[in-house]
Design a protein around this ligand. Structure first.
Ligand code: ZN
Length: 295
């Protein structure tokens, strides 16, 4: 049997990752470039796929959002009102489909990454779990009973509201829509705006990390009480500081305050809130998985 090849596009807030492959062990081509204007970024994406010398079955797009994921809609694949202002109303998915003449499967970056983690990473064997990215933006997606979550549109867990103690943290928040939502308080750019330096340059003993873990833990408690996930995977640039994991795990227990007396919560927090099994490849592999599922 001839091997089938798929294209994947991880469209993130700071970078795009384009790849051709069929799974984690056989990525044939891969390229990363910064996310700039829609015209330039989509142009580079098209150029990458036009130079590929194997036939592709389809293209999967795992994109920042909000994005229209309803195939029956006229604006299917368009970016909607987003904090990334240049991309509002940008035709992304249909442009790729039209220019490359291939079937296109689209979902959010986090639903895509969740699917990748479910197939090959830290969510194998589970049917209800969440994947969050905490980086340039914050997003959450995942599966409920084996299906990626969609509904009115798709979950926008990065914009949930959190308790905000303005005495402890006077920063008003960085989300252009809500100010101090989860993303507005805890994204990479929010950390940079609050502390005046990029998050990755803050020393590990800086109070920024304690506060960051606090916001993430509050959001995780909301998610745990709402969705009842069997596991939560935390990826994205901010989470590359692995010292956040034990802080978050401990604070989640603290905020649950003895509620949910389950073995996983009591004894296995290490295995409950975890980094991605696919490292920084879950997004692009998830995009490939999206088109494999659709094919
Ligand atoms: Zn917001």
């Amino acid at each position: 049997m001839t091997k089938k090849w798929y294209g994947g596009i991880e469209a993130g807030g700071t970078k795009f990752v384009c790849a051709v492959g069929s799974g984690p062990d056989d990525i044939l081509y891969e390229e990363r470039f910064p996310t700039t204007t829609p015209e330039e970024t989509i142009g580079r994406t098209l150029e990458f796929f036009r130079n590929v010398d194997v036939p592709l079955e389809g293209i999967g797009i795992a994109s920042f959002g909000p994005i229209d994921v309803n195939p029956a809609s006229d604006t299917f694949g368009y970016i909607l009102k987003t904090p990334k202002l240049q991309w509002i109303d940008a035709d992304f998915g249909q442009a790729i489909q039209r220019e490359l003449g291939l079937p296109v499967a689209i979902d959010t970056d986090v639903n895509g990454a969740a699917l990748g983690e479910w197939k090959w990473g830290a969510a194998q064997g589970l049917d209800t779990f969440l994947y969050f990215t905490i980086g340039t933006g914050i997003g959450g997606g995942g599966m409920v009973r084996g299906n990626l979550m969609h509904g009115l549109l798709h979950p926008e867990m990065g914009h949930m509201r959190l308790p905000h103690d303005r005495q402890r943290d006077p920063f008003e928040g960085a989300c252009p829509f809500h100010g101090d939502c989860f993303e507005g308080l805890a994204s990479g750019p929010a950390m940079e705006a609050r502390w005046g330096v990029p998050a990755e340059t803050l020393p590990t003993n800086h109070p920024a990390w304690e506060l960051e873990a606090d916001y993430i833990a509050l959001a995780m408690v909301n998610a745990i009480c709402t969705i009842s996930p069997q596991r939560i995977i935390l990826g994205g640039g901010v989470m590359s500081n692995l010292a956040l994991f034990p802080l978050i795990q401990q604070k989640v227990k603290h905020y649950l305050n003895g509620y949910l007396q389950l073995p996983t919560i009591i004894d296995d927090m290490d295995g409950y809130i975890v980094p991605p099994g696919l490292g920084n490849q879950s997004g692009v592999l998830g995009a490939i998985a999206l088109t494999q599922v659709a094919a």
